[in-house]
Design a protein around this ligand. Structure first.
Ligand SMILES: [Zn+2]
Ligand SMILES: [Zn+2]
Length: 138
């Protein structure tokens, strides 16, 4: 099985991912904006049991709603467990170059820097995530 090794930006936290992600996307929600300090983040979703912390210390913090894990040393946001789904969202900028292949954009109603591309732009969430499935045009 394919394994992917990622680390935080100081290198003290190392995480191994087994297999391929379930899905990947850009999230534009206000929580991701607040915790990242950016306009949106890339996320690669893996089953929780495919994510193994090999080294280093992660601390959990919550700013608005979603608890996220970041490196205790450098503060890099590494991942967040999706409540109730047994899935883990990995911060996609930590993946090896070329591994981020997004399927869609989420929470586009919050977008401050719309990304014009050919992917679906969901107003909130796709139906498969329990959302309205409505898309918007940028
Ligand atoms: Zn978000
Ligand atoms: Zn670190």
């Amino acid at each position: 099985m394919k394994t992917t090794d990622i680390s935080c930006l100081c290198g003290s936290v190392k995480v191994q991912l087994r297999g391929e992600p379930i899905t990947q996307f850009y999230c534009h929600c206000d929580d991701c904006q607040a915790t990242s300090g950016g306009a949106y983040i890339g996320v690669a979703v893996y089953p929780t049991n495919a994510v193994k912390v090999m080294q280093g210390e992660l601390i959990t913090w919550t700013l608005k709603s979603l608890p996220r894990q970041r490196c205790a040393n450098c503060g890099t946001h590494v991942m967040a467990e999706v409540p109730g789904l047994d899935q883990c969202g990995i911060k996609a900028n930590l993946l090896p170059k070329g591994d981020f292949k997004p399927d869609f954009h989420l929470h586009c109603r919050y977008a401050v820097l719309p990304v014009n591309d050919d992917l679906p732009h969901f107003d909130d969430l796709p139906a498969s995530f329990g959302g309205s499935d409505e898309t918007i045009n940028w």
